[in-house]
Write a protein that binds this ligand. Structure first.
Ligand code: G3D
Ligand code: MG
Length: 206
């Protein structure tokens, strides 16, 4: 008998050069929309989406920049308490791949996770749809090598425009964030949605 279901809030931050498609990926995942108009209306720091992982209801709080990444001054509030960091580059723009090291280091410096070696990152190569792939500048192999050099970061190739692989990438993100959650210094909140009437028991109810 299921005794309760816990709801967990996880913070995910999305980083990468301006124009790689961070906001578009997030909109596609959360709202199933890819449009200019929609993008312009987003003024919030983050969007949320609920995901069921096993019997855990997880609320992903996905933080997007408001374009400040051009100046690389995102502020501590952006990084604080992150459970997973999504690095995005554009497979058609070499520079956006070359700056990944900087974003990776910037995250570790600013967020200061307790165990930097084990902090979950994920790499997303976006815009694979562009001109049928004919303008591609970064081979998949190169991206995978970079991931291997950073301790086997999971890698996904996506198109926010055509909604290709977006859900799969975010599901992986949710799983990694959930696994990591216990190691975090800042633990957002865990709410018992359904507390049984029966006497309180200690320990795991599963
Ligand atoms: P950012 O948030 O990383 O700065 P945006 O990037 O999400 O604002 O996207 C930058 C531009 O790339 C936008 O076009 C957007 O429509 C486009 N884009 C995002 N994802 C994809 C994709 O998967 N495929 C293609 N073909 N284009 C994409 P504009 O014209 O507004 O600059
Ligand atoms: Mg943006």
């Amino acid at each position: 008998m299921e005794s309760w279901r816990r709801r967990t809030l996880l913070k995910v931050i999305v980083l990468g050069d301006s124009g790689v498609g961070k906001t578009s990926l997030m909109n596609q995942y959360v709202s199933k929309k890819f449009s200019q108009q929609y993008k312009a209306t987003i003024g919030a720091d983050f969007l949320t989406k609920e995901v069921l992982i096993g019997d855990r209801l997880v609320t992903l709080q996905i933080w997007d920049t408001a374009g400040q990444e051009r100046f690389q001054s995102l502020g501590v509030a952006f990084y604080r308490g992150a459970d997973c960091c999504v690095l995005v580059y554009d497979v058609n723009v070499k520079r956006s791949f070359n700056t990944l090291d900087t974003w990776h280091d910037e995250f570790l410096n600013q967020a200061g996770p307790s165990d930097p070696q084990r902090f979950p990152f994920i790499l997303v190569g976006n815009k694979i749809d562009l001109d049928g792939g004919s303008k591609r500048m970064v081979p998949e192999k190169k991206a995978r090598e970079w991931c291997a050099s950073k301790g086997d970061i999971p890698y996904f190739e996506t198109s926010a425009k055509e909604d290709h692989n977006v859900d799969t990438a975010f599901l992986c993100i949710a799983r990694l964030a959930l696994e990591h959650e216990h190691d975090q210094d800042i633990y957002f909140k865990t709410v018992a949605e359904q507390v049984p009437d029966t006497e309180q028991t200690s320990g795991c109810a599963c």
